[in-house]
Design a binder for this molecule. Structure first.
Ligand code: IVH
Length: 664
């Protein structure tokens, strides 16, 4: 038996080493065939003798682990993001602000990888947890997927406890391959490497993440003092020596001029990199200086991100067409000769409203410049008037709905025109799309095109018809482009949506002025649909954040018989009509106690802190009195802290507060 154990040990080491050489150092030490042969041997042995398999076995990398949902993870030190600067002069001001503190630092310049940040936690050298950033304080556990990323070590070269942070990303080549595959399968290509990486990491089934060949660069050590490390550059080396992949482009420089040189060099060569970057990160090298500079509420003051300017591209404005939104609002849209901007093809851009088009003086046939920055939707920046030939056509606003031909109206002194025909097909389709959308009923697979098709085929006329789709199953699978699998998944997603909490349904119904936030306020106040249907104007209006306009709109909506009919149908199909939001936890440390927060908190924003206390059954107050049970104290606390000391009220540091939360 010990022979078998030794062989498993040996194979694990050989394969991990080969993996490290290949994926971290870009160096092959064994052939693919050898690798596969050893891996198969190891798999077979592990299957027979699972008791001998190691935590860091490379067989764990192929994926297979499927989770039900993402567990929440608290970050001991919050995962902050960086302040942005957009020009050379802003980079210089960043340096000047630091110099004002009496510091003349060396900087480390790094590429700002366009992926998503990750925290990796190792215990005795073994990867035990990987988490996304989330809101910086609470992220999601993605260990099952992180293990499939070959450049993330499953075990380190030293058996130490450590947390490191970095970026998970997808290379340009992997995205191209993936998109070729998707197009072949009639799926929509993914827009960019960041979305593709984020989508892969958010899979419950790690086999999918494994197939996506994600990669990583590690760039941050949150607790360098634990290892006696004094500078960021040393931290990068330290992490590299533990087996992490660090970026060879990282550069230590002596002054801001050298930072500017790095920026200009990388601006010129970024297209040649195998992965996307959206800027340059500049970090003060010395940790002593970093500590001296500290943080603002959101960002470290010792680092910043220079963002590359948004790319502008010229193209022709072919036409201006009009779309009708769910509320009947008419939007002019630019139809453009397709151009690639920042990696995605743009052929449409919103022109918002008539005034916008007039202000930009757009004529059909004009050459216009288009800009797209990161995730931001594309916009028309300006017309190149010097390129006009005289053949361009003046823009004329329409006065009839382009879909149902009914007369458009302006509401009050608003700039927008509306189609007010409740039966306008375009409004109905948009309303259905809205109902199925992510923040509403979140019915995966019921996107724009399919809704439009199903509406036109007569399968769905109103939202309740969505829940009857299963009875058309046969007909649906016969339609071109809607195979059995697609329809099965869709019907499953529709079934699942029945369990949604009330606020999702309320938002989905598309009541005027009820956005997703208001829907949540209504759901949490009235608990179920019937209470809300019977709520009076005064009752609604008495809720904080619900003013006259919303209250009136809600009352009007439920007065309309047609709406009640739809709700009754939805009820009969088994849709949940209750608010399932956070149940207040009884019997926690916080239950029944009153807390005051003071000083600047780093781990939690004030709002977040209060929300957590309330969700755990506590109360919060703005002022300290004898009734206060605890005062939670951040940096530079003021009068409230003094008063608490005076009254002998219990004090919690932010760290102690965090412990209490975690122990609940
Ligand atoms: S340092 C406290 N370094 O950019 C330091 N971030 O807006 C935190 N990013 O959330 C980040 N490359 O996802 C750092 N070399 C790099 C980076 C980098 C990409 C991302 C990261 C972060 C965001 C900051």
């Amino acid at each position: 038996m010990t022979n078998i154990k030794n062989r498993i040990d040996e194979l694990t080491k050989i394969l991990n080493d080969a993996n490290y050489n290949y994926y971290v150092l870009a160096n092959s030490i064994i052939t693919d065939q050898e690798y596969d042969k050893y891996l198969r041997e190891l798999e077979e042995l592990e299957e027979k003798y699972p008791e001998y398999s190691f935590e860091d076995s490379p067989t764990k990398r192929v994926g297979g682990e499927v989770i039900d949902s993402f567990k929440k993870v608290y970050h001991e030190k919050p995962m902050l993001s960086l302040s942005d600067v957009f020009s050379e002069s802003e980079v210089i001001s960043f340096d000047e602000r630091i110099k004002k503190e009496g510091i003349n630092p060396q900087y480390v310049c790094e590429l700002k990888i366009d992926g998503l940040s990750v925290s990796l936690l190792y215990k005795e050298g073994i990867l035990v947890r990987a988490a996304t950033r989330g809101d910086g304080v609470v992220g999601e556990d993605i260990t099952h997927n992180a293990k499939t990323i070959k450049s993330i070590p499953l075990s380190l070269k030293e058996k130490i406890d450590i947390e490191v942070r970095g970026e998970i990303f997808m290379s340009k080549e992997t995205l191209e391959k993936l998109n070729r595959e998707r197009i072949k399968n009639n799926e929509k290509p993914l827009q960019n490497t960041r979305n593709a990486a984020a989508g892969s990491i958010r899979q419950l089934d790690s086999k999918i993440a494994a197939k996506r060949s994600l990669d990583s660069y590690i760039y941050h050590l949150p607790n360098p003092e634990d290892y006696g490390i004094k500078t960021h550059m040393e931290a990068l080396d330290f992490m590299k020596n533990l087996g992490f992949k660090t970026n060879p482009n990282n550069r230590l420089v002596n002054n801001i001029n050298e930072v500017l040189e790095f920026i200009s060099e990388k601006t010129d060569t970024r297209d040649k990199l195998p992965y996307d970057i959206d800027g340059i990160v500049i970090k003060v090298n010395s940790f002593e200086y970093q500590n001296k500079l500290g943080f603002t509420a959101k960002y470290p003051k010792w680092a910043t991100a220079y963002k590359f300017p948004a790319e502008e591209v010229l193209t022709k404005l072919r036409d201006i067409i009009f779309t009708v939104g769910r509320t009947g609002q008419i939007t002019p849209n630019a139809v453009l000769d397709p151009v690639i901007v920042m990696g995605s093809t743009i052929s449409r851009a919103t022109l918002h409203n008539e005034d916008y088009v007039i202000e930009k003086d757009l004529h059909i046939g004009d050459i216009v410049s288009i800009r797209k920055a990161g995730d931001v939707i594309p916009e028309v920046v300006e017309v190149k008037k010097d390129r006009r030939t005289g053949l361009e056509k003046k823009f004329v606003m329409i006065d009839k709905c382009p879909i149902c031909n009914s007369k458009l109206v302006k509401k009050g002194d608003q700039v927008d025109y509306y189609c007010i025909n409740d039966h306008c097909p375009s409004r109905k389709i948009e309303g259905l799309i809205h109902f199925a959308s992510r923040d509403a009923m979140n019915i995966d697979g019921l996107g724009d095109k399919i809704v439009e098709d199903f509406f036109n085929f007569g399968f769905i006329k109103e939202v309740s018809d969505i829940y009857l789709l299963q009875s058309h199953r046969e007909d649906l699978t016969r339609l071109e482009g809607y195979g059995d699998k697609k329809i099965t998944n869709l019907i499953e997603a529709i079934e699942k949506s029945k369990e949604n909490s009330l606020e999702k349904l309320l938002f989905g119904l598309g009541i005027s002025h009820v956005g997703s936030k208001t829907a949540k306020i209504l759901a949490s106040n009235y608990h179920n649909m019937d209470n809300l249907i019977n709520a009076s104007f005064d009752s609604l209006n008495s809720i904080r954040d619900i003013g006259d306009i919303i209250a009136e709109s809600v009352v009007d909506y439920f007065k309309d018989e047609r709406n009640i009919n739809i709700i009754n149908k939805l009820k009969s199909f088994g849709l949940n009509m209750e608010y399932l939001g956070k149940k207040i936890i009884q019997n926690s440390f916080f239950s029944g106690k009153t807390f005051v927060l003071t000083g600047s908190l780093i781990l939690y924003s004030r709002e977040k802190g209060k929300e957590i206390i309330e969700s755990l059954g506590g109360k919060t107050s703005e002022s300290v009195s004898k009734k206060t049970d605890y005062v939670i104290v951040g940096d530079n606390p003021g009068k409230k802290y003094e008063k608490a000391l005076e009254l002998g009220i219990n004090i919690l540091t932010e760290r102690e507060f965090q412990e209490k939360i975690e122990n609940n």
